[in-house]
Design a protein around this ligand. Structure first.
Ligand code: UDX
Length: 437
């Protein structure tokens, strides 16, 4: 099928590569010149395991091309995927949907009457109906084939998630649109991946609901961690035990410094804002608490540091990790960076290490001190905080660490081998449990 993918950020770039891998002819459209140049030269522009390699293969196949805007080649495209960002609006909890409206406006003059437009971005429920009406006016077509097809990919496993998702969800208002989506995803459907057809609003809400549920699970276990910390219980052991109940499940129950990234935090806030607009703010008012629990976990690290070091003024604290999770260079809403800012705000100096994400940190936050060499990063520090569970940190042999001023480490992700660090002379503290040192 000839398709276009509009917006080539994390979602779009991955989706374009995935669609080309399925055998489709894909035109990727992105107005930012640097992104186009990078993609054309085989670099997605962000760190995602396996993506650049697959991008190179698909570029070489000739099925995948990139351009900065629509042209005559868009006129016979059968399916346009819209993958533009919907970031949090400045000064508001709501999502900024302006990129979607621009994408629709740019596409309209080239849209064939029977072509299908599939939105993949995460949007406030009701957005698709508005975009559909806009498309009708702009094109003058009597019917427009707009579907909503949310994407559930996770950073770090984005390509695999795009090609083998748990489910495909398609909100479609007519049979033709549904058929085109079935055709584009035929290899996945043949593999047994469920293809769920809903109305537009449900499809939009599925994504917001899924992310709200995931955020709730994480904050739930982090709330239990707060109780564990004052009662002598162990939140990791608790999660392990409750996770055996199939109704609960053991995934997304890792307690620690909480969730971050470009999706969960902004998506729960956008859901609260949209519910408020719809007059049912009360229904998801609890998400405010989910957000607050998440933020409190970062504060907990500062409390532990202060308990151990007294005043933080003039102290040096190494923060292991900058990315919001391992196998990603994404520092949006990263708990690790927030902790670094809090350390600095308390009068100490945070030294930030990350195996991949430091160039982004240096660009976005030049005020932060960073160190690329893991062993050098330890020199002269009064404490260490593990904030992102990179394999490099899990595998680090504490016996090879030298030069610290004070042997204290706080495990913010509950991944360290405690006795190994203790044997190397470190005092180990962790979130969600009390460790006897
Ligand atoms: C998330 C959703 O999982 C995905 O379906 C959606 O499409 C986009 O948002 P992503 O942002 O890539 O994906 O990260 P995810 O793996 O969900 O982790 C989000 C955050 O939660 C990370 O900061 C991670 O460290 C944290 N987390 C995750 C926990 O603190 N505990 C857990 O048990 C799981």
């Amino acid at each position: 099928m000839k398709i276009s993918v509009i917006g080539l950020g994390y979602l779009g770039a991955t989706h374009a590569v995935a669609m080309a891998k399925l055998g489709h002819t894909v035109i990727g459209i992105e107005p930012v010149p640097a992104k186009i140049e990078s993609l054309k030269s085989g670099h997605a522009g962000f760190f995602e395991p396996g993506l650049d390699e697959e991008l190179a293969i698909q570029l070489a196949s000739g099925r995948l091309t990139f351009q900065s805007s629509h042209d005559e080649s868009s006129r016979d495209v059968q399916l346009h995927f819209i993958c533009v960002g919907t970031p949090q609006l400045n000064g508001s909890l709501a999502a900024d949907t302006s990129y979607l409206h621009s994408a629709i406006k740019d596409l309209a003059p080239y849209l064939a009457e029977d072509a299908v437009v599939a939105g993949k971005s995460t949007v406030p429920v009701g957005t698709a109906a508005v975009l559909s009406a806009e498309l009708k006016t702009l094109t003058g077509h009597s019917t427009v084939n707009l579907v909503w097809n949310p994407e559930f990919l996770r950073e770090g496993t984005a390509l695999e998630d795009s090609l083998h998702p748990d489910r495909l969800v398609v909100g479609a208002s007519n049979q033709h649109s549904q058929d085109v989506l079935r055709e584009v995803y035929a290899p996945m459907i043949a593999e047994g991946i469920p293809f769920i057809v809903t109305d537009l609003a449900t499809a939009e809400l599925v994504k917001s609901a899924a992310n709200a549920f995931l955020a709730t699970k994480i904050s739930f276990i982090n709330a239990m961690a707060e109780i564990a910390e004052v009662s002598g219980a162990d939140a990791s052991a608790l999660a392990h035990a409750i996770g055996y109940d199939e109704r609960i499940g053991n995934k997304f129950l890792r307690n620690g410094v909480g969730f971050g990234g470009g999706c969960l935090p902004k998506d729960i806030r956008a859901l609260m804002a949209r519910a408020e607009e719809l007059g049912v703010g009360q229904s998801v008012a609890y998400l405010k608490e989910i957000d607050k629990i998440n933020i409190r976990r970062r504060d907990r690290v500062i409390t532990l540091l202060s308990q151990e070091l007294g005043s933080l003024s003039g102290k040096k604290v190494l923060v292991l990790g900058a990315a919001f999770k391992p196998d990603s260079d994404d520092v949006r809403d990263s708990p690790a960076l927030e902790i670094a800012f809090l350390i600095n705000a308390a009068g100490a100096e945070a030294i930030v290490h990350d195996p991949i994400a430091l160039s982004g940190v240096n660009k976005k936050h030049p005020e932060l001190t960073t160190e690329t060499d893991l062993h050098k990063a330890f020199i002269g520090v009064d404490a260490v905080v593990l904030a992102t569970e990179w394999t490099d940190y899990r595998n680090l042999d504490p016996a090879t660490v030298s030069g610290v001023s004070n042997k204290l480490i706080i495990d913010g992700r509950n991944v360290l081998d405690v006795s190994r660090w203790q044997n190397a002379g470190f005092k180990v503290l962790a979130l969600g449990k009390t460790i006897t040192n």
